[in-house]
Design a binder for this molecule. Structure first.
Ligand code: CU
Length: 338
């Protein structure tokens, strides 16, 4: 009996110690969304259970090793034990109940994180190799490379992938959602903490996957309205005033920068420095002068003429709405890169 009492007390002490230790490590980043609350609550309950189970296994084991070790000169056999039906039933039934309870709590928390607010603001999110773009249809459809969100208001992100599977993940929001080519997936979030975070792609998607990040800025409603109105006005003005070269540069910054440098270094695709007017060697052994016709063709039908030493361009500019006018701007911009 004495052993049971001692082990019981040690199990409780070790469980509390383990939980306190895990808690002190700070396993989770700050909680910055309403959806994070049920997730963190469940996670905490799991850590408590894990701490207790850990103590329940480790303490009796270490206690037995120390207290019941063979005394010097004792060469007798240990007691022969056939089994213990009560114990076996108990350690089958109790974990079963615990697992069923956790399954219920898991389903419940999942439901909580998906609660729909019919007034949620829609933001269109495009993920591509290797970057993010955010579009605000509620404010004239301006595009941004930062995700601004108002605090305490649900937004629904409509996620679209242009090439391969990506995954939208802001650890502080907890919830994560894949972007699947050919389909629009939804991600609902109610940011609850003003601050700056980062969205990162959580699905390995090629060479520069690790750099597929974008800032996420949560501000109060008033600051958000100001920002959105400013962006809307700026977008309209930029559209009206920009020279073709500037429009081309903007397109380049948004869509092409990940693979094409403008400083002469080769990336996933050839550099654009000095491209216009140069002889380009193609994979089929022929060569061609990089004039308007060739560049237009390369952008319109990326697979038609493949540059020597590169795999065909996996990005399809037409998929992001790059048509004849935009190609004109891009070529005007490429011409400036001498
Ligand atoms: Cu990705």
């Amino acid at each position: 009996m004495r052993h049971y009492v001692i082990v019981g007390i040690l199990v409780i002490v070790a469980a509390v110690g383990t939980y306190a230790g895990l808690h002190a490590v700070g396993l989770m980043p700050v909680e910055a969304s309403a959806q994070a609350a049920p997730i963190d609550w469940l996670w905490n309950l799991e850590v408590i259970t894990i701490s207790f189970l850990f103590a329940l296994i480790i303490v009796p084991m270490v206690y037995s090793l120390v207290v019941f070790r063979r005394k010097k000169g004792d060469n007798t056999d240990a007691e022969h034990i056939e089994g213990n039906t009560t114990l076996e039933i108990a350690w089958t039934i109790i974990p079963l109940i615990v697992v069923v309870i956790f399954a219920y709590l898991g389903a419940y928390s999942l439901g909580e994180t998906r609660r729909v607010d019919p007034n949620a603001m829609v933001i269109k999110v495009t993920g591509f190799q290797w970057g993010w773009q955010f579009e605000y249809p509620a404010y004239g459809g301006f595009k941004s490379d930062k995700l601004y969100l108002p605090a305490d208001k649900q937004v629904v992100l409509q996620l679209q992938a242009l090439d391969v599977i990506h995954s939208f993940w802001v650890p502080e929001f907890r919830v994560k959602q894949d972007l699947v080519p050919g389909r629009i997936t939804e991600y609902r979030i109610t940011p609850s903490l003003i601050g700056e975070y980062k969205v990162r792609c959580a699905e390995i998607c090629g060479t520069s996957h690790a750099y597929m990040e974008a800032p996420v800025v949560v501000v109060d409603q008033a600051a958000f309205d100001t920002w959105a109105k400013d962006q809307q006005v700026a977008a309209a003005q930029a559209e009206a005033n920009a020279t073709p070269e500037q429009k081309g540069e903007k397109l380049y910054q948004t869509y092409c920068k990940a693979c094409h440098s403008i400083n002469g270094t080769a990336g996933n695709g050839p550099t654009w420095l000095g491209l216009f007017g140069h002889e380009v060697e193609l994979a089929d052994g022929t060569s061609v002068t990089a004039d308007e016709a060739y560049l237009t063709q390369s952008i319109k039908e990326p697979q038609s003429q493949v540059v020597q030493g590169y795999s065909p361009m996996a990005f399809n500019p037409a998929a992001v709405g790059i048509g004849d006018a935009e190609i004109g701007y891009l070529i005007a911009y490429i011409k400036t890169l001498k």
